[in-house]
Design a binder for this molecule. Structure first.
Ligand code: SF4
Length: 422
């Protein structure tokens, strides 16, 4: 079983979760130019970039004979809403057949049931996968908090890679009860935090904090967005990215909303959806509570529906659907947390980015002239350093005059709000 790489840490950890129930699973090898070549050759050019990247990566494994088609399964979830993602699996099946790889199995759980239909080990697997995902998001957040301040370039990345390996080893442990497994994962995260916190770093001048929202694959996949977060760091910023768990909470909320909409309040499906919500929340708290001090000032909303309500004045959640609402609502949320600017990252031609971009001028006006910039990616290599420099100038100007200040974490030496050095 291969997993497309949304984040490196996330796909490694999810693969480890599948191995924990006896399924041989691997993260997809890293994307490269051949990915775009193969993905581009077997798509028409009208599809979005995530399709080109995930298809290209899968074809690379197949054409190089790294695994026989009849022994390969590809994890390709589907979704509905204003998005082509729901068509990826069907499209890939056609391509695989045309190329003689028709025996590849596509595993496509759907967001309509909150991705419940994953396997016969669904309960155990979903719980472990959720913990793996929360853990990998958490390590990614720590990386983004440490890396801009490291004294030696590369130290934070190395510590992060080690921390991810520790997490995967903990997730993969088999045959232990759920409670014990949670404790093992929590311990590995604690060790991962120590690794990252030991990276020599200088926090004496907190940098402008940039919220990163947008289409989930493109904003998280460093290959697709040409590692834009690192470029923001090189331009003097620090990033706070919307993580994968946010999307899972959004699909859970959507599942419950649809059940209510069709009058299925008192059904087994509703009971199952609420139970899942309860256990996911419980596990999330169990893993995140120990990191409260590390992420002071970077708290995520308590409930994803808070984000929907913040988006409501611009995009009605009942009609807009999809990531556009998450991007717009999170932009307002991050403004209230004292963030200094927003980058909205999208594949070229994605409707989510186009709609969000249309409402951002109003959002920015309502948020004290907060800088918001939408960037589109299509797999061609364009030098964006000039664009980012201008954005960072706007960010610094806003930061110097802003009225909503952020709370800094302990490591930056303050409990009280403090103006960011511009
Ligand atoms: S959100 Fe946009 S880019 Fe992503 S899969 Fe859907 S249509 Fe494509």
């Amino acid at each position: 079983m291969f997993f497309p790489t949304m984040t490196i840490a996330g796909s490694k950890a999810i693969a480890a979760a599948f191995r924990s129930v006896g399924i041989e699973a691997r993260a997809m090898p890293p994307s490269d130019e051949e990915t775009l070549l193969l993905g581009g050759r077997f798509s028409s050019g009208e599809e979005c970039l995530p399709l080109k990247v995930t298809l290209g990566d899968a074809l690379k494994v197949l054409v190089h004979g790294q695994v026989a088609p009849e022994k390969m399964a590809l994890f390709m979830p589907t979704s509905d809403g204003p998005c082509r993602f729901g068509q990826y699996g069907s499209f890939m099946k056609v391509i695989f057949q045309e190329m003689g790889f028709g025996d590849v199995l596509l595993l496509s759980p759907t967001c309509a049931d909150g991705y419940d239909g994953v396997s016969e080990h669904a309960d155990e697997l979903l719980r472990t996968a959720w913990r793996a995902l929360v853990g990998s998001d958490l390590l990614q957040k720590l990386l983004l908090r440490v890396r801009p301040y490291e004294k030696e370039k590369g130290d934070a990345d190395r510590a992060f890679a080690e921390a991810v390996d520790l997490l995967c080893a903990a997730v993969e442990v088999r045959g232990v009860p759920q409670k014990r497994k949670l404790a093992v994962i929590a311990k590995s995260l604690d060790e991962g935090r120590d690794l990252l916190n030991r990276v020599p770093a200088d926090y004496s001048f907190p940098r402008p904090l940039i919220g990163v929202v947008g289409e989930i694959f493109c904003r998280l996949n460093t290959f697709s967005n040409e590692d834009v977060l690192r470029k923001v760091e090189e331009a003097g910023g620090e990033c706070w990215i919307s993580d994968v768990a946010e999307w899972v909470w959004a699909t859970n909320a959507e599942q419950i909303r649809m059940l209510k909409r069709f009058g299925r309040h008192l059904t087994l499906s509703m009971f199952g959806a609420r139970l899942k919500w309860h256990y996911q929340r419980k596990d999330e708290h169990a893993l995140l509570d120990a990191f409260r001090e590390d992420f002071r000032g970077y708290e995520e909303p308590h409930d994803i529906r808070e984000i929907y309500e913040l988006a409501r004045p611009y995009l009605p959640p009942e009609g807009a659907l999809g990531e556009m609402m998450l991007s717009v609502g999170k932009t307002v949320y991050l403004h209230r947390k004292g963030v200094d600017g927003i980058l909205d990252i999208n594949p070229f031609s994605c409707m989510n980015g186009i709609v969000s971009e249309a409402v951002y001028p109003r959002v920015s006006r309502d948020c004290d002239g907060f800088p918001v910039r939408v960037l589109y990616y299509d797999g061609t290599h364009v030098d964006r350093s000039y664009e980012l420099e201008i954005f960072m100038d706007l960010v610094k100007a806003y930061s110097a005059r802003k009225k909503t200040h952020r709370r800094l974490p302990e490591v930056m030496g303050a409990g009280a709000p403090r103006v960011v050095a511009g």
